[in-house]
Design a protein around this ligand. Structure first.
Ligand code: K7E
Ligand code: CUA
Length: 635
């Protein structure tokens, strides 16, 4: 029996998670996960490990949501290389819906409908994306339920999701940057800016004039207006920007930078013992842009402020090598950078940042604690009671620690700042507690997104799901209460109170989402809510269809081979949940048409013959009969 078999048996026999076989398995996972992180070794064994609880503990929060009951929180999950956002119910961990963004969606027609293509714009040529971070808009440090903002590491984009309809309505490609990784939004007074980190260093401009000349490689930090989604400015910086965050005053943003060396190979990037947290003074950047104190990179209109070296816009705070996540405490006092290759987190006092920019304090003075937490700290979250929770990637643990005690310890007091360590399964990346990214952190639920699931679920072939683990943090001790599998690959999530999101039940007929359809109808003298009509203009044909369960307004329409056909479908049903679809057999056309929505799709009728169209959402007892024929006359 090999090692894996043994550990599987141990689990099925109901042995404790900390049984020797299981721990060996965990250890081998850690070794794999640590490949390339060998430089981080040197930490002692874990302290005070608590076995994971498999069952709800007495006195803990209730995570069982009975049939018909509703969750108390919404979770918004990123999905990494799947390119979408997922909506989860918390604490049940039920997946409620998916919002397509950088991917393509067979069900909704995202990437095919004219409405989605208008959002995708020039980047519609890309079929994929890598969506790591999802954050909600704020007003005065609290979630305001207007928008979600997300980014695409793969094709260097930032997008916005309207939370009333849960659909993406804006997308921009960020110039001069090469992969957007860290993304956060201004928390106060209101979003405000969306901040986007350029990850990889490339020549500026990256037009082929410089190739294998790393001395010309740079990255940029981008400020985007969250309302218009216009790119307002960029800051030219040193090194690769990793994650970012914003403070609660609205004046500062900060990014971890893991390549102060500006290296292009793995060995180069690990050379220095220190990298940086780069702090951005947003007000100073705005003044520079207003005063014309910027440059433009060839071929791009965005003002670029030079934030390299000593300058009025940025400060480079040295912190231990190759940091990863950076997280603001809900009280606004601290920004905590996670060490990754260092077993520490660096606690930056945000109240000292104004002095730092006036050079009244030294760079390292603003670091007020650097607690040793364990191996591979990646991300930190909070309970609103002064405790921080940090993922330890290599140790496969979450460590709970007290921020003020860590600060006292740093000043030389003999206090223990570690409160508890709990095993998670396995190799956790992001974690987030309920409302912890806002000033209303409520210390109820902690979600830990583990990168490896190994033996936690039934095997599904070589590609395993991720393992999202729900931990009750309402008491003194963390208690693991639920494992949820997730397909590739949520990096991050936020958990918000159910009352902070107010989705619409049916569309409003004047929704800007289908303004283009409305404009076409006006041109053609058609009333979308009433008329069923084929309007020809040369070889361009618009087909207006209404849908009301279980019928389309026309049971056939005729076009000619070679016509460019636009089908515009309006769902006249006013009943919540009564969605229709529109799909044409052997034409690869399929889209959603939700209650009171208008959707459109354009294609070339290149094949003559009879093609049935049908409704894809089961809307009525006669749903199967909700169909019609497209007759394509031969040319
Ligand atoms: Cu995976 Cu936020 Cu892209 Cu950390 S990032 S894990
Ligand atoms: Cu309409 Cu099914």
């Amino acid at each position: 029996m090999n090692e894996t078999d043994k550990s599987k048996q141990a689990v099925s026999a109901g042995e404790n998670i900390t049984s020797p076989a299981r721990r060996r398995f965990l250890g081998s996972t850690a070794a794999v996960g640590a490949a390339g992180l060998a430089g981080a070794a040197g930490m002692g064994a874990m302290t005070r490990s608590t076995p994971a609880h498999a069952a709800p503990a007495k006195g803990g929060l209730n995570y069982h949501i009975a049939p018909g009951e509703l969750d108390t929180y919404y979770g918004f999950w990123s999905s990494g290389q799947s390119g979408e956002v997922r909506i989860m119910g918390v604490p049940s961990m039920r997946e409620l819906a998916r919002i397509p963004v950088f991917n393509r969606c067979s069900a909704t027609g995202w990437g095919q409908t004219n409405e989605s293509l208008a959002v995708l714009g020039d980047s519609a040529k890309f079929q994929n994306g890598d969506l790591h971070h999802v954050h909600m808009s704020y007003t005065d440090g609290k979630y305001d339920g207007r928008y979600l903002y997300v980014h695409d590491k793969l094709n260097t984009r930032v997008a916005r999701i309207r939370l009333d309809i849960m659909r993406c309505d804006k997308m921009v490609t960020v110039p001069n940057a090469h992969a957007i990784h860290g993304l956060r939004v201004q928390k106060a007074p209101k979003t405000g800016y969306v901040f986007a980190n350029g990850e990889n260093i490339v020549p500026l401009p990256n037009d082929g004039r410089h190739l294998d000349e790393p001395e010309h490689y740079w990255s940029v930090f981008t400020g985007i207006d969250g309302e218009s989604m216009e790119i307002k400015w960029q800051v030219w910086v040193d090194g690769n920007l990793d994650n970012c965050n914003a403070d609660y005053s609205g004046r500062f943003a900060a990014s971890t930078c893991f390549n102060a060396e500006r290296g292009v190979t793995l060995a180069d990037k690990m050379r220095f013992e220190r990298d940086w947290v780069v702090v951005f003074d947003i007000h100073a950047i705005e003044r520079a842009v207003a005063n014309g104190d910027f440059i433009k990179i060839d071929g791009c209109e965005v003002p670029v402020v030079d934030g390299r070296g000593k300058n009025p816009y940025t400060r480079y705070i040295p912190i231990p090598k190759n940091p990863h996540g950076i997280n603001a405490t809900p009280d606004g006092k601290y920004l905590i950078a996670n060490g990754k290759l260092s077993p520490t987190c660096s606690v930056i006092d945000t109240r000292m940042l104004p002095d730092l920019f006036e050079d009244k304090v030294e760079l390292r003075d603003v670091v007020v604690a650097e607690p040793e937490l364990g191996l591979g700290p990646l991300h930190t979250t909070y309970d609103g009671r002064g405790n921080a929770y940090t993922t330890l990637f290599i140790d496969s643990q979450v460590v709970k620690w007290n921020v003020e005690d860590a600060i006292r310890h740093y000043k030389g007091e003999q206090v223990d700042y570690i409160r508890q360590k709990i095993d998670v399964h396995y190799q956790p990346g992001h974690l987030n507690a309920s409302l912890a990214e806002s000033s209303e952190a409520d210390g109820q639920w902690l979600m830990v997104l583990s990168k490896f699931s190994k033996d936690r679920f039934l095997p599904v072939g070589p590609l395993h799901p991720e393992c999202d683990q729900l931990i009750d943090i309402s008491g003194d001790e963390m208690r693991l209460v639920h494992d949820g599998p997730a397909f590739a690959e949520p990096h991050d999530c936020i958990i918000v109170r159910a009352d902070q999101v107010k989705p619409m039940a049916i569309y409003k007929r004047d929704d800007p989402y289908f303004a283009q359809c409305r404009a076409w109808a006006e041109e053609d003298g058609v009333i979308l809510e009433r008329h069923n009509r084929v309007v020809r203009n040369g070889n361009k044909v618009r087909v207006y269809l209404t849908a009301i369960a279980p019928e389309y307004g026309m049971d056939k329409f005729t076009v000619k081979q070679g016509d460019e056909v636009t089908v515009i479908v309006t769902n006249l049903d006013r009943i919540e949940d009564l969605s229709h679809g529109f799909a044409i057999i052997n034409y690869g056309v399929s889209m959603e048409v939700n209650p009171q929505q208008t959707s459109s799709v354009t294609f070339v009728a290149d094949k003559p013959g009879v093609y049935w169209y049908f409704c894809t959402w089961f809307c009525h007892a006669l749903h199967m009969e909700m169909a019609g024929r497209m007759l394509v006359e031969p040319a």
